[in-house]
Design a protein. Structure first.
Ligand code: 13P
Length: 254
């Protein structure tokens, strides 16, 4: 059975102490209110990762992750952070291919394939993000875009490595806009993703792949989204910055 995951992406929000405060609230609420049928993952800015990983010790269903990692193992890349560094502070996950990285930092599918390889080599689990823009959806290109992001970004992996991935479908037009995809729209793409995975890696791997939905997900719309057969949780932006909202989304899987 595939894992149900609710992951928070804090993006570039919260200073060091604010992040620690929010995370403490989240793990206390998780301990009291969640049944453990789900995994919670917080993807914080780099500066908090080590401290959050320490706080998360002892909670088997709470993990922390980074929001990006460099494709090289190490070297003269001033200002960058490597997958090995991230792993060394106790993080388990790393978001790769977020649309904000694709859009503002020019990250291509080819670059993301290299980042995925390096993350996996260093024993991090990538949360690999894919999704179409509004323009692409209006041009009815969304299935092609999703497919090429998969083929060029992660379908070079062998079965063992692919099985370590979490996929996140985040329609760009739903991110931070308050406009969420309808549960039917999201399910349609999630089912398509799973069919593509099955065609490449077989039914068993497809059935075991966790596919998250992201884009204006909140405690109100999460129950209907997460009730869809191919939606296995969420990648939460804005609502992950409020402990109550985040935990209420986590509790959809109780
Ligand atoms: P919002 O939940 O703020 O729309 O952000 C979604 C997202 O980008 C998560 O990675």
């Amino acid at each position: 059975m595939r894992k149900k995951i609710v992951a928070g992406n804090w993006k570039m929000n919260l200073d060091y102490n604010e992040g620690l405060g929010l995370f403490s609230e989240i793990i206390n609420m998780f301990k009291d209110e969640a049944t453990g049928k789900q995994q919670a993952v917080i993807c914080s800015p780099f500066i908090q990762l080590h401290s959050l990983a320490q706080l998360a010790k002892g909670y088997t269903n709470v993990a922390v992750g980074a929001q990006n990692a460099h494709q090289a193992e190490s070297g003269a890349y001033t200002g960058e952070i490597s997958a090995k560094m991230i792993k060394s502070v106790g993080a388990e996950y790393v978001i790769l291919g977020h649309s904000e990285r694709r859009q503002y930092f020019g990250e291509s599918n080819e670059l993301l394939a290299a980042k995925t390889d390096t993350a996996l080599k260093n024993d991090l689990k990538p949360i690999f993000c894919i999704g179409e823009t509004l323009q692409e959806r209006e041009a009815e290109e969304h299935f092609n875009i999703i497919k090429s992001q998969l083929v060029e970004g992660v379908f070079h992996l062998d079965e063992t490595d692919f099985a370590k991935l979490v996929i996140a479908y985040e329609p760009v037009w739903a991110i931070g806009t308050g406009v969420t995809a309808s549960s039917d729209q999201a399910q349609e793409i999630h089912a398509f993703i799973r069919i593509e995975i099955a065609a490449k890696y077989g039914q068993e791997i497809a059935a075991n792949t966790t596919i998250l939905y992201g884009g204006s997900c909140n405690p109100k719309n999460a129950p209907e989204l997460f009730a869809q057969p191919d939606i296995d949780g969420g990648l939460i932006g804005g609502a992950s910055l409020k402990s109550r909202d985040f935990i209420d989304i986590v509790k959809v899987f109780n």
